[in-house]
Ligand binder design. Sequence first.
Ligand code: NAD
Length: 460
Amino acid sequence: MTLTSSYQQLVEKQRAFFIANKPFSFAYREQQLLLLKSSIIVHQSALTEALFLDLGKSEYESYLTEIGFVLHELSLTIKQLKKWMKPEKVKTPLLSQPATSYIHSDPLGVCFIIAPFNYPASLCLSPLIAAIAAGNCSVLKTSELTPHVSEVLKQIINSVFAPEYIECINGEVEHSTALLAQKFDHIFFTGSSEVGKIVMQAAAKNLTPVTLELGGKSPCIVCADANIDVAVKRIVYGKMLNAGQTCVAPDYVLVDDSIKEQFIAKLTQRIKTLYGEDASQNPDFGRMVSTRHTERVGQLIDADKVLIGGDVNIEQRYIAPTIMHNVELTDEIMQQEIFGPVLPVIGFSDFESVLSIIQSLPSHPLAAYIFSQDKRIQNTLTVNIQAGGVAINHCIQHLVNPHLPFGGVGSSGMGSYHGKHGFDTFSHKKSVLKAATWFDLPVIYPPYKNKLSWLKAILK
Ligand code: NAD
């Protein structure tokens, strides 16, 4: 049997299961979320070990960004689900009276969730939580670049779910290709913009809606009035987490010329203090996922522009925390998402040039970080930068807040999730109008003679 035909069978089985059981009661959905939670807890140490093997993640970082993140999302979802599932009552206009109107959140059907390598567990399980909560069946495709994590994810799923409800597929790209040839009811993709285009093209053949969580170049803007010590601390945290392989990592810094020297001095000092002279010996600093990615990021480093770091060890998949200066916008490092622990710092003289630099780069930022104490500056930049999300005086923390929708804009993605926003993404918002029969508004029916003035009075 070919991959395509075996996946066709899988999707058919899931669709039959969905049709037989939809819309899945609150009790059923809650039970599945509890099962997922217990399975993650049972496999917690295996997952921690796998994250270390694939990405050199410390136990602390694994809990912060993967296991704990997912458990927290599960707890919130379990707590809020009943409320989210309730039909939402809305107003009904005069012309449709007497009636009541509701928005029902319907499951979509069989969903396909494709995960990237950088947070291989949380970016697979977090959309799954939303898909289960919204009453769907799901096929998961894990990243081939993190084989140890993918194996544990398969165990987490297989030990509690039947394949006709949720199935986890591991393996190379050919599996994604064969799965993309199937008719799904929603595709939720997290990954690069290049593959996002392939996913969207495949989805278009079946008019399948997509959520695309993509990458982009996320700027950090450090203004003259910023608290420099706090900015340095938070930018280094956001950049060096997971060795820079975070979709919302600060990609580059734009710093006001008047504080540039002071900022750079503090930035380099912070890196030395945090990671020591040789970060490869520091247990809190991760590794690149593959030799190919190490080579790619290594090639972006121009030795003449390195202020600190710059060491690359392809075999060990290691790139030192690196700061670059004197970077031109035309340099290769400014033409693609860096996705590694290399931070270019560029000076600016006015906000016009900040906005024009951001706009001139090939992709829309997934996140923008503004460091300033001045509310007017914070507001002006927030309003004028077209980005998926903004954090003021911090990095990454907007993503961690489940009450905020997380997603991109333009080439950094479409759609959003986290908390209730994820439930909504995996639901169809069905309009329901329930009319009463005790009265009929005559104005809507022919003959229309002498009724136009009434209509005009109502529809004004
Ligand atoms: P990728 O696009 O290479 O791969 C993502 C997934 O797509 C993997 O499961 C892979 O198997 C699959 N895939 C790869 N090539 C394919 C093809 N030709 N056809 C079908 N499927 C294919 O991304 P990656 O390298 O794993 O992850 C890094 C990228 O993801 C970065 O650009 C990063 O910014 C982005 N990202 C975005 C978010 C977000 O939430 N917006 C989160 C994490 C990562």
